[in-house]
Structures are given as structure tokens and as C-alpha cells.
Write a protein that binds this ligand. Structure first.
Ligand code: ZN
Length: 134
């Protein structure tokens, strides 16, 4: 059972510029950028009450985020749901024939392990599942 959206991932060209806008909008500081080397991106979070926006800036021209912006422009890139048992959930989805980008969790931003579901299986929306690393 999923019980909440953990965050919404937004692809942006500049964390600094976008951070200024979200500070203006939300009245809170955007978190210090965190480098996620294997995904070739930097991530900052904006915390709005219980909700989070994850701002994603590419660090390499061939990254997923760079390609996304090239094709579709800046904007919402994925929705992340919090799960209590990520490995178990991935196993369950796989058994049900859902295509996964990550069959095993990998390290994401914000002290979480994450895995993506292939958008071909989720009707066009890139879905991330995440769980806190303890
Ligand atoms: Zn995310």
C-alpha cells in the first residue's frame, strides 16, 4: 500500500535560478545541492509542509535530465511515492509484469533508496518509489 507522495521531481536548467523562484513562492530556503554522481545530476529540495519538490539539474550533457529538458523543456519529470518495503514492492510489481527501470534499488537524494518504474508500464508518467535508508 502506498500512503503518500514523497516528492515531485522537476527538471530545471539551474538550481540557483529556480531556487530563487521557489524561495519567493514558498518563503523557505531550498536545500543545499546534493550531487548524485551516477545519475549525473544535482538535487535540491524545497519543503512545503509535508510535501517536497525535488529540483534536478543535470551535470553532464548526456544525462537523463539533460535529455528530458532537450525533448520536453523544463518541468515535472517524475512523481515519487513513499513505500515501506521497496525491495518487496519491486518484486511484487515484477511478478505482476510491470516493467521496471530499476529491478534493484539505488541510492537517491535525501538519504533514500529509490527505483523507477518504466513509463511504458505506468501510462506515460515516470514513477519513482523510495524508502528511507536506515
Ligand atoms: Zn525523485
Amino acid at each position: 500500500v502506498l500512503n503518500k507522495i514523497d516528492h515531485i521531481g522537476v527538471a530545471v536548467k539551474s538550481l540557483v535560478e529556480t531556487g530563487k523562484f521557489y524561495k519567493l513562492l514558498a518563503g523557505v530556503e531550498v536545500s543545499e545541492p546534493e550531487l548524485i554522481a551516477d545519475q549525473k545530476l544535482k538535487a535540491s529540495f524545497v519543503e512545503i509542509g509535508e510535501s517536497k519538490i525535488e529540483l534536478l539539474e543535470s551535470t553532464e550533457p548526456d544525462s537523463t535530465i539533460a535529455k528530458f529538458i532537450e525533448k520536453r523543456g523544463e518541468g515535472i519529470q517524475h512523481i515519487a511515492f513513499y513505500v515501506d518495503d521497496l525491495e518487496g514492492k519491486l518484486q511484487y510489481l515484477k511478478e505482476k509484469g510491470v516493467r521496471l527501470i530499476d529491478e534493484q534499488p539505488r541510492k537517491g537524494a535525501g538519504g533514500k533508496k529509490i527505483a523507477f518504474i518504466h513509463p511504458k508500464s505506468s501510462y506515460g508518467t515516470l514513477i519513482e518509489l523510495c524508502e528511507k535508508i536506515d
